[in-house]
Ligand binder design. Structure first.
Ligand code: CP3
Length: 347
């Protein structure tokens, strides 16, 4: 019998020999699953994220359906902000919308720090999940997550989703002391959110810096990396593997690794054979183009095979899509993809 510690996912994250290439999917829980849509009927996103029973059920749905090698905790990167009292909502089809965008030092100072006692439903949900997951496929690890300071800052400063992140970068360039205070505030909140999940039993964490690809390497190093590094250092003390992921980060992969990651998540634009030399002696996660699920199965699996083959050069490889599951994805394709990756012969 395997134990959690010996699971393929944790072995790959630590760079150890694996029984098979482990696979999970970003956004594996969510709108691509009919059982998710049914459960969420009439319940607002952020309400579902505060209900331990719903969190447990939604997190387990893709694990049962696909037999993936890890579960990802069902929540959202803006949940901790909501928990400390920031007036925000997740608007269907839009994303997080913040009522009073942050622009001044006073706005930053008005955001309280996060403590575990403000999110008892997170602790309860993680504990419930860890109990359930122990009995699935010989022990399935739970990945906790948080938003990285830059990506969370973008929602707080823009007031909603943004393509250019223009207001966010204007604050970064034009008011460095406000920026620094904001990034310190968010890094404390993100670290506390991760610590709460690990303290309750999560086996690994992923820090999502989804929008970091909007930055030049120089600006990333100066204005962002130290803050993400603080989050990763703080959870590093808890001894769990840390995954660090962003979109469009071809120019940042080395720096995102150096921020303190054990595993660097790679989006689909950078082939793994190019990404691996950049991340150094670290494991990689990724990176099948999420639209390949819409191709014929043989086309999808042929491309998955290329990803697996390229991943062999890394210290460890966790198979994933290059970004989240697209809501119109056919779950049966993901089931076939999971089976393909897990049964692919090791080299
Ligand atoms: O990966 C998982 O299965 C775990 C759940 C998860 C959600 N959000 C659930 C969710 C995770 C890890 C996140 C993180 C998150 N949230 C990120 C980083 C990951 C990434 O995609 O790059 C970001 C940028 C957000 C902000 C956010 N929240 C967006 C852009 C959206 C989508 C808006 C939309 O409706 O298209 C959300 C809402 C959200 N978070 C949904 C889910 C399942 C959809 C809302 C719903 O089901 O009603």
């Amino acid at each position: 019998m395997t134990t959690l510690h010996d699971s393929a996912f944790l072995k790959a994250a630590r760079g150890e020999t694996v029984p098979h290439t482990p696979v999970w999917f970003m956004r594996q829980a969510g709108r691509s699953l009919p059982e998710y849509l049914k459960l969420r009927e009439g319940i607002a996103m952020l309400d579902s994220c505060a209900d331990p029973e719903l969190i447990v059920e939604i997190t387990l749905q893709p694990v049962r359906r696909y037999g993936v090698d890890a579960a990802i905790f069902f929540s959202d990167i803006v949940l901790p902000l909501k928990a400390v009292g920031v007036d925000l909502d997740i608007v269907p089809g839009v994303g997080p919308v913040v009522a009073n965008p942050v622009r001044t030092l006073a706005d930053v100072d008005a955001i309280p720090d996060l403590t575990a006692d403000q999110i008892p439903y997170i602790t309860a949900a993680v504990q419930g999940l860890v109990g359930e997951l122990a009995g699935i496929n010989g022990g399935t690890p739970l990945i906790g997550f948080a938003g990285a300071p830059f990506t969370v800052a973008s929602y707080l400063v823009e007031g909603g989703p943004s393509k250019e992140h223009a207001k966010t970068k204007a604050l970064m360039f034009g008011a460095p002391e406000v920026w620094d205070a904001l990034m310190r505030k968010i890094s404390g909140i993100s670290a506390a959110f991760l610590e709460t999940q690990v303290a309750a039993g999560a086996s690994a964490v992923q820090l999502f810096d989804s929008w970091a690809g909007a930055l030049t390497p120089g600006d990333y190093v100066r204005h962002v990396q130290p803050h993400s590094a603080r989050v990763l250092e703080q959870v590093g003390k808890l001894g769990v593997p840390r995954i660090h992921f962003g979109v469009g980060t071809t120019n940042l992969l080395d720096l995102m690794g150096e921020a303190g990651a054990d595993v660097v998540g790679v989006d689909w634009r950078t082939p793994l054979d190019r990404a691996i030399p950049m991340v150094g002696d670290r494991a990689v996660q990724g990176n099948l183009d999420p639209t390949l699920v819409f191709a014929p199965t043989e086309v999808m699996t042929a491309r998955a095979a290329e990803v697996i083959e390229a991943g062999r050069a890394a210290r460890g490889h966790i198979f994933n899509l290059g970004h989240g599951v697209i809501p119109s994805t056919d779950p049966d394709q993901l089931a076939r993809l999971t089976e393909f990756v897990q049964s692919y012969p090791l080299g």
